[in-house]
Design a protein around this ligand. Structure first.
Ligand SMILES: *[C@@H]1O[C@H](CO)[C@@H](O)[C@H](O)[C@H]1NC(C)=O
Ligand SMILES: *[C@@H]1O[C@H](CO)[C@@H](O)[C@H](O)[C@H]1NC(C)=O
Ligand SMILES: *[C@@H]1O[C@H](CO)[C@@H](O)[C@H](O)[C@H]1NC(C)=O
Ligand SMILES: *[C@@H]1O[C@H](CO)[C@@H](O)[C@H](O)[C@H]1NC(C)=O
Ligand SMILES: *[C@@H]1O[C@H](CO)[C@@H](O)[C@H](O)[C@H]1NC(C)=O
Ligand SMILES: *[C@@H]1O[C@H](CO)[C@@H](O)[C@H](O)[C@H]1NC(C)=O
Ligand SMILES: *[C@@H]1O[C@H](CO)[C@@H](O)[C@H](O)[C@H]1NC(C)=O
Length: 533
């Protein structure tokens, strides 16, 4: 009894800030936003934003809040926004102004360029009322300055000993990568001394307060591998939420050592991103072995592949359309990110076919697209709807790991749970290519490709064949039993609870997994009553 009472008290007192764990995040799909570039206030000039100018275009936390339908209607259940901390505010630098939010001055203050504390709370509240999560990007490794001897009085850390002394990074030397300074001499990025106990405790207190004040559900950690690994468990422990790190490294062994108890819950999956480029981009290596090989490496080296972040674009890599001319290559690679292990992430504008290459051209404003309902937007909607349905309808689809069934240089067939996905790199033109995949299904099993609502027959040995005479489309074969209540291909949709929060299939289950303060209070009262206290 005393134990229960303590448990109840601790729940009611300390979970008043939401705390979404890795387990909670595994179910989510994430839409990534650069706050300055997602939406404009009403009446603003829609033609005034040129990414080449590297300056502010006018997006805010409020304009995100006012335009969430576009994201939720596509079935996304979380957003990740660019950093919210105060940035450098001086004259324009050789690399423009800090519209992206990564040039931290005083981390403990909010960036008033993007709104007030109330605006950020309102965004968080609105997301939660829709059953969606808020992930915030945080920069811990460094601050920003214009010299190697900045005036420290304007930063959160004011002592020289709280920074590593200036040195340029000697790439390949891990100590140097962690302790020397990113950036260059035009814009320096003074490296915070995360081995200093005063820094560790101040950062822990700061992140705990930030997460609680704004009900943040998860953190995306910038430049995670440039901080000593031991720093992360304490920092993320203080935050009490899922942490996914940027470990910009294509090597599975190097990158995945940053996932696990000794480091972070998860990392953004740059190794698989690079393999997807190698496998699908047109023109390109079109090397499917690079992907099958990477799937095997990730299985072996990841502490949990189902928690990794799957993406095709972000603010640091070229837009897919700038490296691959064929839209089928995008649709096949996207389908991989939703139907294999990991959390799907889509960078704003990917659905609009934006084609900016390197920074700053890959940070286009979204509004010129008029938020159109494009084929890619519809594919994301379909993939989210299916994934959300599978999460709700099965016990283990999310945690069961991908098995490759077969592959050639032109196609790959894999299975996760009972869903078979067959992808190809032949591109849009009709191709005289057939792929046969051997499934564990019996020949009486009825399966439907949910992207075309075509039935696929299973051969006597469990084989299924896909041909590309109409071009290289992705195929997702779902057994008939799993389509019940899915809303796909003539099947009824599950009855969705009414109210704002219930638009995306997963929102109701997601919300119930993590009660808000009202539910929690009611639950507390009910439990107290039940215990007759
Ligand atoms: C690696 O970098 C550190 C920090 O700059 C330096 O002290 C050390 O000598 C370097 N090690 C090697 C092998 O170059
Ligand atoms: C500083 O910026 C200028 C202008 O972009 C560039 O030409 C120069 O190479 C940069 N200097 C350093 C040290 O990176
Ligand atoms: C394809 O990828 C595999 C696995 O990464 C690699 O060993 C091979 O050299 C690549 N082939 C080509 C032609 O790039
Ligand atoms: C986008 O278009 C498709 C096909 O016409 C339609 O089913 C879907 O409802 C549209 N989505 C939105 C958000 O308007
Ligand atoms: C497709 O390829 C097969 C085997 O290579 C060949 O026999 C057949 O004639 C081809 N069909 C067309 C339409 O090119
Ligand atoms: C399965 O059987 C069919 C004939 O029924 C055959 O053509 C095919 O090669 C077999 N596939 C596999 C993967 O064994
Ligand atoms: C989840 O699945 C159950 C049946 O298992 C169904 O009643 C419910 O409506 C589904 N919820 C959503 C949001 O799809």
């Amino acid at each position: 009894m005393q134990y229960l009472l303590n448990l109840l008290l601790s729940l009611s007192l300390f979970t008043s800030a939401y705390a979404a764990t890795a387990e909670d995040w595994r179910k989510r799909s994430i839409y990534q936003i650069i706050t300055d570039r997602y939406a404009l206030p009403e009446g603003a000039d829609l033609n005034a934003c040129d990414p080449a100018k590297q300056t502010f275009c006018g997006g805010t936390w409020k304009t995100i809040k006012d335009n969430l339908d576009y994201i939720q209607n596509a079935g996304f259940t979380a957003i990740w926004i660019s950093p919210v901390s105060q940035n450098y505010e001086g004259p324009r630098t050789p690399y423009g102004d800090p519209y992206h939010g990564y040039w931290i001055a005083d981390a403990s203050k909010l960036n008033d360029r993007f709104g007030t504390a109330d605006d950020l709370k309102a965004l968080s509240d609105e997301l939660h009322s829709r059953g969606m999560y808020l992930m915030v990007d945080v920069v811990v490794n460094n601050v920003m300055a214009l010299s190697t001897k900045p005036d420290l009085s304007t930063y959160m850390f004011k002592q020289e000993s709280q920074y590593h002394p200036y040195c340029p990074i000697d790439w390949g030397n891990t100590t140097s990568e962690q302790n020397c300074w990113l950036g260059d001499l035009n814009v320096t990025l003074p490296d915070v001394n995360t081995q200093d106990p005063t820094v560790v405790s101040a950062y822990s207190a700061w992140i705990k307060a930030l997460v609680q004040e704004f009900n943040i559900d998860g953190l995306r950690i910038d430049a995670a591998k440039h901080v000593d690994m031991q720093f992360w468990p304490q920092f993320c422990g203080a935050a009490g939420v899922y942490c996914i790190g940027e470990v910009f490294d294509a090597d599975a062994g190097q990158a995945l050592q940053w996932q696990g108890k000794q480091a972070l819950d998860a990392i953004l999956n740059y190794p698989v991103y690079n393999a997807l480029v190698a496998a699908f981009a047109i023109p390109g290596a079109q090397n499917m072995s690079a992907l099958t090989d990477m799937i095997a490496q990730v299985k072996q080296k990841s502490s949990d592949p189902t928690l990794l972040g799957n993406f095709l674009e972000d603010q640091d890599v070229p837009r897919w359309a700038s490296i691959s001319v064929d839209p089928q290559s995008l649709w096949n690679a996207m389908t991989f990110n939703w139907m294999s292990d990991g959390i799907p992430i889509m960078y704003y504008g990917q659905e609009q076919g934006f084609n900016g290459n390197a920074d700053p051209m890959n940070r286009e404003p979204l509004w010129p697209s008029k938020y159109a309902n494009t084929t890619t937007y519809q594919l994301a909607t379909t993939l989210n709807k299916l994934r959300n349905h599978l999460i709700n309808a099965t016990e283990d689809w999310l945690t069961s790991q991908v098995q490759v069934l077969s592959s050639t240089q032109e196609a790959i067939a894999f299975m996760k749970g009972d869903v078979v996905t067959i992808l190809t790199n032949v591109g849009s033109p009709p191709a005289n290519v057939t792929i046969a995949a051997r499934t564990p299904f019996s020949n009486s099993q009825s399966t439907t490709d949910i992207l075309t609502c075509t039935q696929f027959a299973i051969g006597s040995n469990g084989s299924v064949e896909v041909e590309y005479s109409k071009g290289g489309r992705p195929v997702i074969l779902v057994p008939e039993e799993l389509l019940e209540n899915s809303g796909f291909c003539g099947h009824n949709a599950a009855t969705v609870v009414s109210g704002k929060g219930a638009q995306g299939a997963v929102t109701t289950s997601g919300a119930s997994a993590r009660p808000g303060p009202v539910l929690l209070a009611a639950g507390f009262a009910a439990l107290l009553a039940a215990l007759a206290l």
